[in-house]
Write a protein that binds this ligand. Structure first.
Ligand SMILES: Cc1cc2nc3c(=O)[nH]c(=O)nc-3n(C[C@H](O)[C@H](O)[C@H](O)COP(=O)(O)OP(=O)(O)OC[C@H]3O[C@@H](n4cnc5c(N)ncnc54)[C@H](O)[C@@H]3O)c2cc1C
Length: 390
């Protein structure tokens, strides 16, 4: 396989991926290959990456790469986060949930937190002492987030939080959770607020099961229960209540784009691995690549992957410049994750029976890819949002 699976497409690097971003990619790739990949089977069996690996990632500068240096980050941009997520995908350790921690959880604190909140939480997110999660989904509210029932009631200088969440990424390990709550249920979306719960500091917080998923086995995904959890009112994100929905909407472009990052990285790895495989494997006296069907299939996939990479690179460039609109970000999420499903499925087929065996990396990719079309807003919801722009 090419050292960097992206090379399989033969495209020039975009300007945003040059210099220090390129160096960060190399460093992150080494880290994932040396520290995470050798223990990945163990992490899949335990259904989570261990805390020590998070601390090591923090020490290596791989947590909060886009947070300002004064809060313990590396002062980068989304390009740096992209380099890290691409490294995870290229090495094939997709269950290590630092993409969500870095480019979803930390930015909420940076953008909406008070100075005091930023000083308190960001440096610990950067070292890995705090592991981040965001809890939006509830048993009765997934795509329709306005249906959130988790209630935060003011009680003097505290909020009392009651409710339950499900499908929360990093849910077993996280000790800083941004919880989507209703501070005023009468007001619908305008009564929604984001409140930070530091789980080590509160009573009444319980983690439910580490959910048994078909893929992304090395990532802990959990139910969470809040039973009269009291947190100081100063844990509200933003200056006033009722801003939660707007805050969620403002952060969506980056959240959706980073799902596209994982998608394009896996697409490149799947192609690189499969091209190697079909050159080695023989049937009817020739290599599998010598069949025209194999060449045509891979020609189609390489073409679509190239279109995907060029689109992705353009989205990142626009995002760094501050101009990635929510509609284009929704296109990136839906189209790249759909393509990921297609490429991985076709690549598995070219592996024959070996592709169905867990010891072959393409099998794990097949399991891990499926959820990309579901979380972060389902691809149907993405089309709904794109449709509204017509
Ligand atoms: C592994 C994993 C990790 C996750 N991590 C997190 C996390 O960290 N934090 C978090 O808050 N959530 C997380 N989620 C939840 C995820 O975001 C939701 O599962 C997703 O938004 C869909 O919600 P739902 O499961 O309730 O499906 P539903 O909303 O019940 O949707 C069911 C089906 O109906 C379709 N549908 C719904 N509404 C419409 C409509 N208006 N038009 C057309 N079709 C529609 C959907 O597209 C889907 O196909 C995670 C989920 C998984 C599986």
């Amino acid at each position: 396989m090419a050292t960097n699976p992206a090379e399989v497409l033969g495209l020039p690097k975009p300007a945003w991926a040059a210099d220090e971003v390129g160096m960060l990619y190399d460093m992150a790739t080494r880290f994932m290959a040396e520290e995470i990949a050798p223990r990945y089977d163990e992490f899949e069996k335990n259904e989570m990456v261990d805390r020590e690996s998070w601390l090591k990632a923090g020490a290596a500068g791989l947590l909060c790469a886009s947070m300002p240096e004064k809060y313990g980050g590396s002062g980068g941009t989304f390009a740096h986060e992209s380099a890290i997520i691409e490294a995870i995908g290229h090495v094939g350790v997709d269950g290590f949930g630092i993409g969500l921690h870095n480019s979803i959880v930390a930015p909420y604190i940076l953008h909406y937190g008070s100075e005091e909140q930023k000083e308190k939480w960001l440096p610990k997110l950067a070292t890995g002492e705090l592991i981040g999660a965001i809890a939006m989904t509830e048993p009765g509210a997934g795509s329709d987030l306005q249906g959130v029932k988790t209630r935060a009631e003011k009680d003097g200088n505290h909020y009392r939080i009651n409710g339950s969440k499900t499908f929360i990424t990093n849910g077993q390990l996280a000790n800083l959770i941004i919880v989507v709550t209703k501070t005023d249920p009468e007001k619908g979306a305008k009564g929604t607020s984001l409140i930070v719960v530091e789980t080590d500091e509160v009573e009444g917080f319980e983690r439910g099961r580490n959910l048994d998923k078909i893929g992304l086995k090395a990532n802990d995904t959990s139910e969470l229960f809040f039973n009269d959890v009291r947190v100081p009112t100063s844990n509200l994100l933003g200056h006033e209540e009722g801003k939660g929905f707007v805050q969620l909407m403002q952060q969506l472009p980056q959240e959706r784009l980073q799902i596209g990052t994982g998608a394009i990285a896996m697409i490149e790895r799947a192609l690189a691995i499969t091209i190697d495989y079909v050159k080695e494997r023989k049937a009817f006296g020739k290599a599998i690549i010598d069949f025209q069907n194999t060449q045509f299939k891979l020609a189609e996939l390489k073409t679509e992957a190239t279109i995907g990479r060029v689109f992705y690179n353009d989205c990142v460039a626009r995002h760094i410049a501050g101009g990635l609109d929510p509609v284009t970000a929704s296109m990136a999420k839906y189209w790249l994750s759909d393509l990921q499903g297609k490429v991985v499925d076709e690549c598995l087929q070219l592996h024959g029976g070996y592709g169905y065996m867990n010891e072959y990396p393409i099998a794990r990719m097949y399991r891990d890819a499926r959820v990309q079309r579901i979380y972060g807003g389902t691809n149907e919801i993405m089309k709904l949002l794109i449709g509204r722009s017509l």
